[in-house]
Structures are given as structure tokens and as C-alpha cells.
Design a protein around this ligand. Sequence first.
Ligand SMILES: Nc1ncnc2c1ncn2[C@@H]1O[C@H](COP(=O)(O)OP(=O)(O)OP(=O)(O)O)[C@@H](O)[C@H]1O
Ligand SMILES: [Mg+2]
Length: 435
Amino acid sequence: MYTHEDLSALQNQSLKLQGWIRQQTFSPELKKTLRRFSSWEVAELIFKVNQSTFRGKLAADPSLPAGEVEPDGRQRWFSLEEINELRRRLKINRKSLMPVRPAGRRAVRAAVANFKGGAGKSTVALHFAHAAALDGYRVLVVDFDPQATLSHSMGLTDVSEEHTVWGIMARDLIRETERMNSGPVGAESGAALPRRHLPDAITDLGLGDLRVADFIKPTSWPTIDAIPSCANAAFVEFASAQYRHLNPDWSFFAAVSRYLDQIPDESYDLIVFDCPPAIGYQSMNAVFAADVLYIPSGPGYWEYDSTTSFIGQLSEALEDLAYGFNGTLPTGKISLPKAFYDVRFLLTRYEPGNDLHRAMLEAFRKVFGDLVADNPVEMTRAVEQSGRFLNSVYEMDYRDMTRETWRRARLTFDNAYDEFRAAVIGAWQKMEAEE
Ligand SMILES: Nc1ncnc2c1ncn2[C@@H]1O[C@H](COP(=O)(O)OP(=O)(O)OP(=O)(O)O)[C@@H](O)[C@H]1O
Ligand SMILES: [Mg+2]
């Protein structure tokens, strides 16, 4: 017979050996670094101008970053910093290369969510973040999933739980409780507001004193930062239930949104959330904070089924918030009832030659109409086999495979990203129209 004590002993044993196992499964040189991009990629795939125009521009101005020549070839290879400098300084046919980004707006927040496990959420979130960074955007990714796939893929493996979404939620509970306690006693209605007391076990963690920037980590991509997760953050689901009990007036679902409100609007252009395969406190925080909701789904019948259940349950959860909190609590830049600027269904691991997949795409279109992304993300062996760290196709060097294989893999993510960018720009326009 095994009790909780045995499980705890097993966990202790596992924790003791964790460092050793980690060393066995990754070598130190697997620390993520970002490769350079060839002048072919920079010109045709990133700036979308022809190579000779690009080379001509470089030749005309020796003060521009010139990249590096690698021993085996004639091409020049540019770092992302150099690409971004070129983007700022070059004009092609008198047109700027800077991406669309209305001034004075906050970053658009996009959640990639579905409660189906393995739907491709982390893969889509990773590729959108990388594609956006190559497109000139400054990106923050937030990993809401204690499986931490996205954090690991971003090279963040040594993460302490107080610096995860759990820390953000506990910090918010402390700050919101203090705010409520220091409010006027006896509200306008005349009813005295109850004083809420948080146990020392929570206040003594010092999370209330953490600054906004303490949660944000740099990644190997110079224009992508991350708020990572880690396995120990898994207890956030239990802890949050307890926190709600301690302060029933705490709008738990708005904790991350309130935190993001404190980041200066001009720091990022885009914030991408990767969600766990569940509807819980973490995914509700992600969904509530999101302007745009992306729902990836595999192309099988069961995945269609569970995507249907997901939107049903999400709808009920959002309805509960709308009535339960009734817009009376401060929720910052996002208000109740929660409304998304855009919702998209995105088929993933799609094989165009597979009859079942084609039938499922048609079925999705019949049911969800225009909300289905035109370009499904195709099944790509390069991504499937990228291994321990879920490398994006953008991180892979095309010289490691045939250029055609890489090009096809990249194209499917590029097409999905183009539609995503249109949704992001649409969200900015809708924000503007609201004023
Ligand atoms: N387009 C694709 N081509 C090939 N393999 C893919 C593709 N998208 C996802 N995969 C593979 O499918 C598996 C699950 O993908 P991923 O981790 O993105 O799903 P998820 O929805 O985030 O899963 P979880 O619910 O566990 O968080 C991974 O091994 C990934 O490499
Ligand atoms: Mg995932």
C-alpha cells in the first residue's frame, strides 16, 4: 500500500537526483543560443525584398551592419540585433521596413489555448513568438503551463516557482487584499467592508515586494523576453482555491492581467500566452488577459470533439465571471464581461494529402466559418523531430536539411503567422475604435 508519505518520499528522492538527471539529458553546450541568418533569409524571407536590392543597399552604406562570412560560403550571416538595426535604418523604395505598430497603444495579448493535450499549443505559441520577433516585433511570452514546454524551448530551465504565474497571482492577492483593507470602512452603501487577513505563510514569502521586472527573464532571442514556468508551479491550482477562500472578493482571474497592466505600454508589441491543457486558475487568467484567443486543434475527430467541449466550458466559466463579479471590481485594462477582439481556430499537424484531415478542415469551416484560420499548420517532420527543446523551424539552420524541406516547413508557419499578425493588427484597430 502506498500513501501520500510514500509519494512524498519518492518525490524527495527524485528531487535529489534531479540535477544529475538533468546533466545526463542535456549537455552544457545545449544552452540555447540563437543562430545567425543568411543574407538570402534576411532579404527574401525577413525583409521580403530581392537579394540584389538588399546587397546593393549594404554596399552603398559601409556604416550598416555587414554580418559575418562563414568559412564554407560566400553568404553573409546576420545576428537578429544586426537585422533589427538594418530594419531601423534601411528604406526600400522609400518605404520603411518597420512593422505596423500604432504609437501609444499597449501590446496586444494573445492566448493560445485548448484543453486538449498535445493539440500543438506550445508549438504554435513558440512559432508565433519567433515569427513575430523576425518580423521586427518585441515579444513577451508568458508560460502558464507548469509542464514548462515553452520555457524549456526558450532555454529557461532553472526557474524558481515564485517567479512564475503562481508568484504573480500570490503577489496580486497580497496587494489586492491590502488595497481592499485600506479602503474606506463603510462603503457608500453604508455597509462595512470586511477586513481580510492573510496568513503569515503567504505574506512572509515576500512576494508582495517583488517588482514587475523580477518576473521577466531574457531569452536567447534578443527581442523576446519570457515569464517562464516550472514543474513546482503545478500547485498553483490548489493554492488558488485556498487564496479565494481567504479573500472571496479577490478577482483571482484578473491577477495576471493587472500585473501586465503595470508593464509600460511601449515595452512590448505582442504578449503571447501558452496555456496548460486544462481550464483552471492559470488558463482563466490567460484567457481573461487575452485580446485575441487562438485555439489550436489537431485534425482528428476526437480533437474536434474536445475543442467543442473546450469552448462550451470556457463560455460557462466566462459567464460565471460576468455575473459573479458584475463589473464592480477593478480589473484594469480589461473589463467584464470579457470580450475578445478576435477568436481563431487553427488546425495543426495537418496533412494535405490525408482525406480525413481534409474532411475535418471542411467540418471545422462548416461549423466555425470565418473563425477558422485559412492556413492550417501542416505536419512537419523537422518540428516533430526537433527533440528535447522543441526548436522552432526559424531556429533550425536550413543547411542541416534540404533547403526545400526547410522552406516548406517554414512556409506553413509563415502562412499561419501572417493570419495571426492580421488578427493582432485588427485588435489594435478595434482598441482604437473603442475610444
Ligand atoms: N506542425 C507540427 N508538425 C509536427 N509535429 C508537431 C507539430 N505541432 C506539434 N507537433 C508535435 O506534437 C507534440 C505536441 O505538441 P505541443 O507540445 O505543441 O502540444 P501542446 O498542445 O502544447 O501539448 P500540451 O497540452 O501537453 O501542452 C510535440 O511533440 C510537437 O513536436
Ligand atoms: Mg504545451
